[in-house]
Design a binder for this molecule. Sequence first.
Ligand SMILES: [Zn+2]
Length: 271
Amino acid sequence: MPRDNALNDTSDTVLLLGSEDVPPVREYNEAGSSPFLLTCDHYGRLIPRALGDLGLPASELTRHIAWDIGIAGVAEVLSRHLDAHLIVQRYSRLVIDCNRPPHVASSIPLISEATTIPGNEGISRDVAKMRRAEIFDPYHRRIDEIIDQRRHRGLPTVLVSLHSFTPIYAGIRRPWHIGTLYHRDTHLAPLVLKHLRAEPDLVVGDNEPYAVSDETDYTIPVHAEARGLMNTGIEIRQDLIGDQAGEQSWADRLARIFGEIEPVLRAERLI
Ligand SMILES: [Zn+2]
């Protein structure tokens, strides 16, 4: 269960993250030359020490409700292969979901799939604000800065938001191996879909298992759509990237596909 000291004291001097907690943001390949900027909102499953285990057994904290299983390895290898800047957020989505607008109920979920999150019950507005200020805001502020810096340096930015999905959700088996997620950008996702569908062994989701919306997403609407940047979400099924070999082969495949897409975007003068 959460420790009381940090949770109940709402004065400005109390911080959520202590000296033993790592910063939420981590970056890879910051000098990467690729037009693709990779983000990973659900990269990690850390919990700030002050929040204990959120009242959950370890078996729940390693499930998909806590993070996007397998995507960390895919993202890191893909970043190297594409020479692309990757920015990730290391705390669990159960602490605060970095791909939800902070005002929606699922930002700090009381329930995820069928699991109640005791450590999220009855928290004050100030405690919620602290999670936002120390985890959500630094991550999104840094993405903003990166895009600003790239613009000032004359580098194009195409946002690729990396996620993974559980093979069975609420008892329903999902048939797709991979899906593209998009809303307002009509350039990138169709190209990615075309290339993925040319792979003979894949069942490809078109805005499946999720579609991007302003209520259920944050990274794509705020950082890409609001700035007019091309973008797509990528969702990979978690059983395919459950070990290092799976992560590697999916990163190899995506690097090949995005490597084929980049010259197409250049030829069409989209970047
Ligand atoms: Zn995700």
